[in-house]
Design a protein around this ligand. Sequence first.
Ligand SMILES: Nc1ncnc2c1ncn2[C@@H]1O[C@H](COP(=O)(O)OP(=O)(O)OP(=O)(O)O)[C@@H](O)[C@H]1O
Ligand SMILES: [Mg+2]
Length: 498
Amino acid sequence: MLLTMSGITKTFPGVRALDWVDLDVEEGEVHCLLGQNGAGKSTLIKVLAGAHQPDSGEITWQGRPVRLPTPVAAMRLGIATIYQELDLVEHMSVAENIFLGHEVATRGLVRRRAAQERAAELLGRLGHGGIDPRTPVGRLSAAGAQVVSMARALSHEVRLIVMDEPSAALDPDEVDNLFRIVGDLTADGVAVVYISHRLEEIRRIGDRVSVLKDGRVAARDLPARTTPTEQLVARMTGREGRSAFPERPAAPATAAPVLTAEGLAREGEFEPLDLRLRPGEITGLAGLVGSGRSEILETLYGARRPTAGRVLVDGRPLRPGSIASAVRAGIGLAPEERKSQALLMLESVTRNVSLSSLPRFSRAGWLDRSREGGAARRHTRDLALHPDDPERPVRTFSGGNQQKAVLARWLLRGCRVLLLDEPTRGVDVGARAELYAVIRRLADEGVCVLLVSSELPEVLGLADRVLVLREGRVVHTAPARELDEHRVLDLVMEGSPT
Ligand SMILES: Nc1ncnc2c1ncn2[C@@H]1O[C@H](COP(=O)(O)OP(=O)(O)OP(=O)(O)O)[C@@H](O)[C@H]1O
Ligand SMILES: [Mg+2]
């Protein structure tokens, strides 16, 4: 056995994040860690990375008991970790980030050259030779940053790589690439601990599965490829799996559109687009990362100024490039990079949720805290926030539960047009079903929803109507029930217009 963790316990104030957890990892295996948001996955791997000290428990590495008092100690053993919240330094270059911690490597001109060359080599190996090692990391896309984090892991002699939701920001072909790398690594005997909420990924690359639930091991040693999905979901949630998607209304929405886009375009990003969003309807935008999906949402929201065309709400044009004008007209955008764009990490979930609705809870300049809390709590309940204590600071919630806080904010705000960019990223399978139900309920109540998601089953399962986008152009529009994954994939790849 390469690694054995036994009896690991870790408590935070008020929460037992890990309760006597065991995990063992063999050389060359892909060991998947499953569990709902807040189950303890990230905490466990932070213990393994030397970033958290457990209250109790033992760790054995290649048969010898070890202590991991610091991240450096873990790294020295050959344990590399790619965190869920990437820990890159934005203003430093790609090469500097990759060799951060191997300080010597980046000092002096000659060394810096060497580091850049070595960085380029690593990036090339990852299929991203196009990234310039001198670029500041802050300028890269989410996927680019992920690659840098990966290159940093590979810059050490590794025996075990831990990946905490590495695919969340990746496109299907980038995921393929990631899996190819994982295949190469395991063929060399390197072990991988892989965390993901996407079960189909676990089927593709996993060997064994361990399931965590409420900080305890709920199942171990399950075969990744053959364990039935219902069984995995049941182990994670403690209840039977059920259909994730709410039922669609039988008839297509016929109400007059609230939002109309006429010939809306941004040069170099997306081509002239006509769009009508009707109350009661969920419109899906399918397409690869970089196909212009997020840019379209941001332009509708006024965060980007169109180079042609206009956006109208109730027939009245919005001021181009003005968020204020969009918000006044009732448009809300839950952005893709939720954490960096949206959360006050030290404030409570309640405050984060009510942030953009505060005037509603104020009278004569006084904030009515109990109304604020009550409204926030309703929404965090709907989304199954865990632990169910919205007064705790956001910082102390797991990744998926932080997502829920931002989403709850948009739901509370009572938008007439809701633009959702990757709403389920990082959200577990159980909570996804809750979120889908909430989105459908909003539509039923008359909200216009525009949904962007990299996960085709989600777009096809939740939306009523789907626009397929390729390289900034809508190549197909159809009711979701007339499409299937193969057809959409063909369209986004080949884009033969129909
Ligand atoms: N720094 C912290 N302070 C207080 N509580 C914390 C802290 N970090 C994690 N927790 C709590 O520990 C529990 C486990 O969190 P963890 O991040 O390990 O979950 P996770 O399984 O990774 O979930 P996700 O799928 O959402 O990423 C949660 O209840 C979380 O709120
Ligand atoms: Mg996590």
